[in-house]
Design a protein around this ligand. Structure first.
Ligand SMILES: Nc1ncnc2c1ncn2[C@@H]1O[C@H](COP(=O)(O)OP(=O)(O)O)[C@@H](O)[C@H]1O
Ligand SMILES: [Mg+2]
Length: 243
Protein backbone atom coordinates (compact mmCIF):
# COMPACT_ATOMS: atom_id res chain seq x y z
CA UNK A 1 0.00 0.00 0.00
CA UNK A 2 1.22 3.50 -0.77
CA UNK A 3 1.90 5.88 2.07
CA UNK A 4 0.35 9.31 2.27
CA UNK A 5 3.87 10.68 1.98
CA UNK A 6 4.08 9.10 -1.46
CA UNK A 7 0.81 10.76 -2.44
CA UNK A 8 2.24 14.04 -1.12
CA UNK A 9 5.31 13.72 -3.31
CA UNK A 10 3.14 13.21 -6.35
CA UNK A 11 1.65 16.66 -5.91
CA UNK A 12 4.78 18.46 -4.97
CA UNK A 13 6.89 17.12 -7.79
CA UNK A 14 4.23 17.51 -10.43
CA UNK A 15 2.38 20.66 -9.55
CA UNK A 16 5.09 23.16 -10.40
CA UNK A 17 3.45 26.14 -12.05
CA UNK A 18 4.04 26.25 -15.80
CA UNK A 19 3.23 28.78 -18.50
CA UNK A 20 0.57 26.62 -20.05
CA UNK A 21 -2.17 24.73 -18.35
CA UNK A 22 -0.80 21.29 -17.66
CA UNK A 23 -2.82 18.19 -18.50
CA UNK A 24 -4.19 16.77 -15.28
CA UNK A 25 -6.09 13.78 -16.55
CA UNK A 26 -6.00 11.81 -19.80
CA UNK A 27 -8.52 9.19 -20.84
CA UNK A 28 -7.50 6.82 -23.66
CA UNK A 29 -10.00 4.48 -25.33
CA UNK A 30 -11.87 3.74 -22.12
CA UNK A 31 -14.57 1.11 -22.22
CA UNK A 32 -16.78 -0.10 -19.40
CA UNK A 33 -18.85 -3.21 -19.71
CA UNK A 34 -21.17 -4.59 -17.05
CA UNK A 35 -22.42 -8.15 -16.90
CA UNK A 36 -26.18 -8.01 -16.70
CA UNK A 37 -28.07 -11.28 -16.42
CA UNK A 38 -25.17 -13.19 -17.96
CA UNK A 39 -24.74 -10.92 -20.99
CA UNK A 40 -22.44 -7.94 -21.44
CA UNK A 41 -23.83 -4.41 -21.38
CA UNK A 42 -21.44 -1.99 -23.10
CA UNK A 43 -21.91 1.32 -21.34
CA UNK A 44 -18.72 3.18 -22.30
CA UNK A 45 -17.61 2.42 -25.84
CA UNK A 46 -14.22 4.04 -26.33
CA UNK A 47 -13.91 7.36 -24.54
CA UNK A 48 -11.01 9.77 -25.17
CA UNK A 49 -10.70 13.00 -23.26
CA UNK A 50 -8.35 15.37 -21.49
CA UNK A 51 -8.73 17.62 -18.48
CA UNK A 52 -6.31 20.47 -18.02
CA UNK A 53 -5.47 22.40 -14.89
CA UNK A 54 -8.01 25.04 -13.90
CA UNK A 55 -10.53 23.98 -16.50
CA UNK A 56 -14.27 23.66 -16.16
CA UNK A 57 -15.28 20.70 -18.31
CA UNK A 58 -18.81 19.42 -18.80
CA UNK A 59 -20.11 16.03 -19.83
CA UNK A 60 -23.49 16.49 -21.36
CA UNK A 61 -25.94 13.82 -22.36
CA UNK A 62 -29.30 12.26 -21.75
CA UNK A 63 -30.08 10.06 -18.82
CA UNK A 64 -28.58 6.61 -19.44
CA UNK A 65 -25.88 7.82 -21.85
CA UNK A 66 -23.08 6.80 -19.47
CA UNK A 67 -22.06 10.08 -17.77
CA UNK A 68 -22.09 8.78 -14.20
CA UNK A 69 -20.24 5.63 -15.23
CA UNK A 70 -17.51 7.74 -16.82
CA UNK A 71 -17.30 10.11 -13.86
CA UNK A 72 -16.95 7.12 -11.52
CA UNK A 73 -14.04 5.85 -13.62
CA UNK A 74 -12.37 9.28 -13.62
CA UNK A 75 -12.65 9.39 -9.84
CA UNK A 76 -11.46 5.83 -9.32
CA UNK A 77 -14.76 4.76 -7.77
CA UNK A 78 -14.95 2.28 -10.65
CA UNK A 79 -12.35 0.96 -13.08
CA UNK A 80 -12.54 0.71 -16.86
CA UNK A 81 -12.88 -2.71 -18.49
CA UNK A 82 -10.44 -1.51 -21.17
CA UNK A 83 -8.32 1.56 -21.82
CA UNK A 84 -6.21 3.91 -19.74
CA UNK A 85 -6.74 6.72 -17.28
CA UNK A 86 -3.71 8.80 -16.42
CA UNK A 87 -4.19 11.10 -13.44
CA UNK A 88 -1.50 13.57 -12.57
CA UNK A 89 1.07 11.41 -14.36
CA UNK A 90 0.00 8.18 -12.64
CA UNK A 91 -1.48 5.14 -14.35
CA UNK A 92 -4.69 5.37 -12.38
CA UNK A 93 -6.37 2.43 -14.14
CA UNK A 94 -3.57 0.06 -13.11
CA UNK A 95 -3.32 1.04 -9.46
CA UNK A 96 -4.30 -1.21 -6.61
CA UNK A 97 -7.58 -0.32 -4.93
CA UNK A 98 -5.71 0.85 -1.84
CA UNK A 99 -3.46 3.19 -3.70
CA UNK A 100 -6.29 4.54 -5.83
CA UNK A 101 -8.31 5.22 -2.70
CA UNK A 102 -5.40 7.09 -1.23
CA UNK A 103 -4.91 9.23 -4.33
CA UNK A 104 -8.65 9.88 -4.47
CA UNK A 105 -8.88 10.95 -0.84
CA UNK A 106 -5.95 13.26 -1.10
CA UNK A 107 -6.36 14.82 -4.52
CA UNK A 108 -10.03 14.60 -5.48
CA UNK A 109 -13.31 15.96 -4.25
CA UNK A 110 -16.83 14.78 -5.12
CA UNK A 111 -20.17 16.52 -5.35
CA UNK A 112 -23.39 14.67 -6.02
CA UNK A 113 -26.84 15.66 -7.15
CA UNK A 114 -28.36 15.21 -3.69
CA UNK A 115 -26.18 17.15 -1.41
CA UNK A 116 -24.81 14.40 0.84
CA UNK A 117 -24.63 16.52 3.98
CA UNK A 118 -24.93 15.22 7.51
CA UNK A 119 -28.41 16.46 8.54
CA UNK A 120 -27.67 17.04 12.22
CA UNK A 121 -24.44 18.95 11.66
CA UNK A 122 -24.22 22.65 10.88
CA UNK A 123 -22.59 23.91 7.68
CA UNK A 124 -19.45 24.56 9.72
CA UNK A 125 -19.43 21.06 11.24
CA UNK A 126 -20.07 19.43 7.87
CA UNK A 127 -16.98 21.06 6.36
CA UNK A 128 -14.95 20.34 9.49
CA UNK A 129 -15.93 16.67 9.26
CA UNK A 130 -14.41 16.50 5.81
CA UNK A 131 -11.09 17.89 7.10
CA UNK A 132 -11.14 15.41 9.97
CA UNK A 133 -11.72 12.53 7.54
CA UNK A 134 -8.91 13.73 5.28
CA UNK A 135 -6.52 13.67 8.24
CA UNK A 136 -5.83 17.42 8.20
CA UNK A 137 -4.36 18.54 11.55
CA UNK A 138 -6.95 20.01 13.90
CA UNK A 139 -5.01 23.25 14.27
CA UNK A 140 -5.79 24.07 10.62
CA UNK A 141 -9.52 23.37 10.73
CA UNK A 142 -10.87 26.70 11.93
CA UNK A 143 -9.15 28.82 9.32
CA UNK A 144 -9.83 26.44 6.46
CA UNK A 145 -13.51 25.92 7.30
CA UNK A 146 -14.07 29.67 7.45
CA UNK A 147 -12.16 30.14 4.19
CA UNK A 148 -14.18 27.48 2.34
CA UNK A 149 -17.55 28.73 3.56
CA UNK A 150 -16.58 32.25 2.53
CA UNK A 151 -15.50 31.02 -0.89
CA UNK A 152 -18.97 29.63 -1.51
CA UNK A 153 -20.63 32.75 -0.10
CA UNK A 154 -22.03 31.22 3.07
CA UNK A 155 -20.21 33.21 5.70
CA UNK A 156 -23.53 34.31 7.15
CA UNK A 157 -24.98 30.81 7.27
CA UNK A 158 -22.10 28.98 8.92
CA UNK A 159 -24.05 27.71 11.88
CA UNK A 160 -27.22 26.72 10.06
CA UNK A 161 -28.07 23.07 9.66
CA UNK A 162 -29.03 21.69 6.23
CA UNK A 163 -32.79 21.87 6.84
CA UNK A 164 -32.42 25.58 7.61
CA UNK A 165 -30.81 26.21 4.21
CA UNK A 166 -32.19 26.43 0.67
CA UNK A 167 -31.26 23.81 -1.92
CA UNK A 168 -28.70 26.14 -3.48
CA UNK A 169 -27.17 26.89 -0.09
CA UNK A 170 -27.00 23.20 0.76
CA UNK A 171 -25.22 22.53 -2.48
CA UNK A 172 -22.76 25.32 -1.63
CA UNK A 173 -22.04 23.63 1.69
CA UNK A 174 -21.44 20.41 -0.25
CA UNK A 175 -18.96 22.29 -2.46
CA UNK A 176 -17.18 23.77 0.57
CA UNK A 177 -16.99 20.27 1.99
CA UNK A 178 -15.61 18.81 -1.24
CA UNK A 179 -12.83 21.39 -1.61
CA UNK A 180 -11.80 21.69 2.04
CA UNK A 181 -8.85 19.31 1.76
CA UNK A 182 -7.57 21.17 -1.35
CA UNK A 183 -8.16 18.60 -4.06
CA UNK A 184 -6.75 19.24 -7.53
CA UNK A 185 -9.73 17.64 -9.25
CA UNK A 186 -13.36 18.15 -8.37
CA UNK A 187 -15.90 15.77 -9.89
CA UNK A 188 -19.55 16.78 -9.76
CA UNK A 189 -22.40 14.55 -10.90
CA UNK A 190 -25.36 16.70 -11.97
CA UNK A 191 -24.72 19.25 -9.22
CA UNK A 192 -27.47 21.55 -10.46
CA UNK A 193 -30.12 18.96 -11.30
CA UNK A 194 -32.24 19.69 -8.23
CA UNK A 195 -31.90 23.46 -8.44
CA UNK A 196 -33.81 26.17 -10.29
CA UNK A 197 -32.15 28.31 -12.97
CA UNK A 198 -31.14 31.07 -10.60
CA UNK A 199 -29.59 28.74 -8.05
CA UNK A 200 -27.84 26.78 -10.81
CA UNK A 201 -26.27 30.01 -12.02
CA UNK A 202 -25.05 30.70 -8.50
CA UNK A 203 -23.45 27.28 -8.30
CA UNK A 204 -21.70 27.86 -11.62
CA UNK A 205 -20.42 31.21 -10.34
CA UNK A 206 -19.05 29.43 -7.27
CA UNK A 207 -17.33 26.87 -9.51
CA UNK A 208 -15.69 29.64 -11.52
CA UNK A 209 -14.61 31.34 -8.32
CA UNK A 210 -12.97 28.24 -6.86
CA UNK A 211 -11.17 27.48 -10.11
CA UNK A 212 -9.65 30.96 -9.89
CA UNK A 213 -8.82 30.94 -6.20
CA UNK A 214 -8.11 27.27 -5.47
CA UNK A 215 -6.71 26.33 -8.88
CA UNK A 216 -8.85 23.23 -9.02
CA UNK A 217 -10.03 21.48 -12.21
CA UNK A 218 -13.74 20.70 -12.34
CA UNK A 219 -15.42 18.01 -14.40
CA UNK A 220 -19.18 17.92 -14.07
CA UNK A 221 -22.08 16.17 -15.74
CA UNK A 222 -25.28 17.91 -16.72
CA UNK A 223 -28.21 17.68 -19.04
CA UNK A 224 -29.04 21.35 -18.66
CA UNK A 225 -28.18 23.21 -21.89
CA UNK A 226 -28.38 26.65 -20.25
CA UNK A 227 -25.32 26.21 -18.07
CA UNK A 228 -22.98 24.99 -20.80
CA UNK A 229 -21.91 28.53 -21.70
CA UNK A 230 -19.50 28.80 -18.81
CA UNK A 231 -17.64 25.59 -19.70
CA UNK A 232 -14.14 25.64 -21.17
CA UNK A 233 -14.94 22.42 -22.92
CA UNK A 234 -18.10 20.37 -23.42
CA UNK A 235 -18.12 16.67 -24.25
CA UNK A 236 -21.43 15.55 -25.67
CA UNK A 237 -22.21 11.96 -24.81
CA UNK A 238 -24.60 9.71 -26.73
CA UNK A 239 -24.94 6.04 -25.90
CA UNK A 240 -21.47 5.59 -24.40
CA UNK A 241 -19.57 7.66 -26.97
CA UNK A 242 -18.66 11.30 -27.47
CA UNK A 243 -20.07 12.87 -30.61
N1 LIG B 1 -23.27 -1.22 -12.04
C1 LIG B 1 -24.01 -1.33 -13.16
N2 LIG B 1 -24.43 -2.53 -13.59
C2 LIG B 1 -25.17 -2.63 -14.70
N3 LIG B 1 -25.53 -1.60 -15.47
C3 LIG B 1 -25.15 -0.38 -15.12
C4 LIG B 1 -24.36 -0.18 -13.93
N4 LIG B 1 -24.12 1.17 -13.82
C5 LIG B 1 -24.72 1.74 -14.87
N5 LIG B 1 -25.34 0.82 -15.64
C6 LIG B 1 -26.10 1.11 -16.88
O1 LIG B 1 -25.31 1.93 -17.71
C7 LIG B 1 -26.10 2.86 -18.43
C8 LIG B 1 -25.55 4.26 -18.22
O2 LIG B 1 -25.77 4.64 -16.88
P1 LIG B 1 -25.20 5.98 -16.25
O3 LIG B 1 -23.73 6.01 -16.40
O4 LIG B 1 -25.74 6.08 -14.88
O5 LIG B 1 -25.84 7.07 -17.22
P2 LIG B 1 -26.14 8.63 -16.96
O6 LIG B 1 -25.38 9.06 -15.77
O7 LIG B 1 -25.72 9.31 -18.23
O8 LIG B 1 -27.61 8.73 -16.76
C9 LIG B 1 -27.51 2.66 -17.94
O9 LIG B 1 -28.19 1.88 -18.89
C10 LIG B 1 -27.35 1.92 -16.64
O10 LIG B 1 -28.45 1.11 -16.38
MG1 LIG C 1 -26.02 9.95 -13.99
Amino acid sequence: MATSQEAEQITESQLEPTEDQRILLTVNDVERTFQVGGSPLHVLKGINMELKERQLVMLRGRSGSGKTTLLNCLGGLDTPSKGEILFNGLTFHKMSDDKRTLVRRKHMGFIFQAFALMPLLSAWENVELSLRMAGIPRAQWKERVAQCLELVGLERRMHHRPFELSGGEQQRVAIAKAIAHKPILLLADEPTAELDTNMSAQIMAVFQNIIRTEHVTICMTTHDPTILEVADNVYEMVDGRFI
